[in-house]
Design a binder for this molecule. Sequence first.
Ligand code: BTN
Length: 255
Amino acid sequence: MYKILANTLFMGRRLVFVPECHSTNSLALELSQKQDLPEGTLVITNHQFRGRGQQGNVWISEAGKNLTFSLVVKPSFLAIKDQFLLNMVVSLGVRDFVQSKVSQSVNVKWPNDILVDERKICGILIENQIQGTGFTNSIIGIGLNVNQKGFHLNNAVSLTMASGRGYELQEVLEGICSYLEKWYLVLKQRGVDRVKQSYLKVMFGLNESRNFSTNGRQFTGVIIGVDNNGRLMIKENGETHFFNTKEVQFDFESY
Ligand code: BTN
């Protein structure tokens, strides 16, 4: 059971709690098709049994130990071509929140995985509803590992594992939503440059030589940034390549 958030302006001011569901993103989507949900509506469950991840993956989370929720926002101020900015602010909000709880360095692995020392602590799935030339709703799905103590994947971690203490889920929810609201408002008030610069500052692997693979080909390159379409820019032997999400993998990636 979760309480309506009292520390935000609009994120989580309307709350839909269900003890269990397939996927909070799917539930938020269904609800938004039946009624006009106020901006910031939060859909949350204790047990998500068919959580959806990026690129058709599943998101598995131990019931009652972690946060699995979706926020409905209405970024009508954003042009469709700029939708990656939403990924950036959501990543920044989650990253800053996690960084406030752990001493290790927290980074964003493009496009929007949150890593603590190269281990994934949070997954983000943003699903946009577009009508004509603009957004109606964006469903921001967040799976944050909080009190879970072990994972079947080696490169997953939780707040508890990273900081050595347990957490009240309601408090974590309040904290993360307040950071998300802050960064969403930075974007809304047209702070595009600040958003881009801040994302680059915390981007995993920026300006470092790393191994990648694309279409079965392995190569060594240096991430030099993200272009205006949200594509990852990697320099290899003096030539810059641009990648969409499914087109490139980091060598250590196995989730
Ligand atoms: C990923 O890293 O692949 C993204 C995982 C996103 C998981 C969250 S949990 C809450 C919300 N509902 C879903 O079905 N997925 C997202």
